[in-house]
Design a protein around this ligand. Structure first.
Ligand code: DX5
Ligand code: ZN
Length: 230
C-alpha cells in the first residue's frame, strides 16, 4: 500500500446486498472503487450489529485492492489479530472505544496492518495529538456511527482543516465517513481529506446485475471532489 493524497473513493458495503458481498465487492472495484470500506458493528459501541472477522475473511478473496476495516466495537484490542488475519489492510479503531488507544494502535501495527484512528463527531481534533507518529489514517466521522444514509454534519469540516494542519508532511490519510455525496465531497476534499467513504451515494440505483450506476455514482463523487463536474 503506497501513500498518496489523491482522492480515493471507498464504497461502504454497509449499503450493499448482505447476501452477496463477494459479488458486490467485485462489482464496485470493476466500477472504479479505490478501496473497499468494511463496517464492523457490535451492538454495544454503536446501536447496530453487522458482522465480524469471519465475514471479512470470506470477502477478502473478492477484493483486489485495499480492504479498509472500520471497527465500531468496544473492547477492540482482543479482536485486532483476528481482523488482521482476515486480511484487513487498514484497521481503524475509535479513540472513544477505550482508555488505551496508544496500546490499540501499537497492536494494529504489530499485527501487520496500517493503523487508523476514528473520531466521533463530538470528539475534538486535539485527541490525536500524541498519536501522530503511530497512525496511518485518521477517520473523521461526519455522522454518528451506526447506520448508513444519515445527514452529513457540517461542523466536522473545521475539524478536517485542523487535522490537515496538524498532520503536515506526515504520510497520514484523512478519511471522511458518513453522508458523503457529490455535494459534500468537495467540501471535505478542500478541507484536506483524501479518502472518501460513501455507502448510499455509491450503491443507489445499482445492483450486481446492473452495476453501471455504481460506476456513475463513483465518478460523480470523484469529479466533485476533484473540482470537475462529470
Ligand atoms: C456509519 C458507517 C459508514 C456508513 C456510511 O457508521 O461507518 O461507513 O456506511 O454510509 P453513508 O455513506 O450512507 O452515510
Ligand atoms: Zn465506516
Amino acid at each position: 500500500m503506497s501513500f498518496d493524497r489523491k482522492i480515493k473513493i471507498a464504497p461502504s458495503i454497509l449499503a450493499a446486498d448482505f447476501a452477496n458481498f463477494g459479488a458486490e465487492c467485485e462489482a464496485i472495484e470493476a466500477q472504479g472503487a479505490d478501496w473497499v470500506h468494511v463496517d464492523v458493528m457490535d451492538g454495544h459501541f454503536v446501536p447496530n450489529i453487522t458482522f465480524g472477522p469471519a465475514t471479512c475473511a470470506a470477502i477478502r478473496p473478492h477484493i483486489k485492492g485495499v480492504m479498509d476495516v472500520h471497527l465500531m466495537i468496544a473492547p477492540v484490542d482482543s479482536y485486532i489479530e483476528a481482523f488482521a488475519k482476515a486480511g484487513a489492510d487498514v484497521i481503524t479503531a475509535h479513540v472513544e472505544a477505550g482508555p488505551h488507544t496508544h496500546r490499540t494502535l501499537q497492536a494494529i501495527r504489530a499485527a501487520g496492518a496500517k493503523a487508523g484512528l476514528a473520531l466521533n463527531p463530538g470528539t475534538p481534533a486535539s485527541e490525536v495529538e500524541y498519536f501522530l507518529d503511530m497512525v496511518d489514517l485518521i477517520c473523521v466521522m461526519t455522522v454518528n456511527p451506526g447506520f448508513g444514509g444519515q445527514k452529513f454534519i457540517h461542523s466536522q469540516i473545521e475539524k478536517v482543516k485542523q487535522l490537515r494542519a496538524m498532520i503536515g508532511d506526515r504520510p497520514i490519510h484523512i478519511e471522511i465517513d458518513g453522508g458523503v455525496d457529490p455535494i459534500t465531497a468537495p467540501l471535505v476534499a478542500q478541507a484536506g481529506a483524501d479518502v472518501l467513504v460513501a455507502g448510499s451515494a455509491v450503491f443507489k440505483g445499482g445492483s450486481v446485475s446492473n452495476p453501471g450506476p455504481y460506476g456513475e455514482n463513483i465518478r460523480n463523487i470523484r469529479a466533485a471532489a476533484e473540482g470537475v463536474w462529470a
